[in-house]
Design a protein around this ligand. Structure first.
Ligand SMILES: [Zn+2]
Length: 105
């Protein structure tokens, strides 16, 4: 190791070590740059998903309000004539309303 550089008056560092450190630094910088690009892409994807979720939530809220308005309170007569007209006409709407409420707790 004959190649050395001086830092100040006393310290000496082998050129080969400096080169190696510079090479490592460049590698880490490149790595950091790639990670930043990946993070940016993930951030964009998350933002896109949040927008999609919000759009679906808004559409679901509209459907819920519509269905909730059109579904009468339960008036089951299955104990007399199963399945009763109330259950036949409205049980699937009530199931959907219940599922939406559960999902939006
Ligand atoms: Zn019934």
């Amino acid at each position: 190791m004959s190649e050395i550089i001086k830092i100040g008056n006393h310290e000496v560092v082998h050129i080969t070590e400096v080169r190696e450190l510079r090479r490592q630094l460049a590698w880490h910088e490149e790595n950091a740059r790639k990670q930043m690009i990946k993070l940016q892409a993930q951030g964009d994807k998350i933002h896109e998903l949040e927008t999609t979720i919000q759009r679906k939530q808004d559409a679901g809220d509209l459907l819920f309000e519509e269905l909730d308005d059109k579904t009468p309170p339960r008036n089951c007569g299955c104990h007399l004539f199963p399945p009763c007209i109330d259950c036949t006409n409205h049980s699937s709407s009530r199931r959907a309303i219940k599922a939406w409420k559960e999902a939006n707790k």
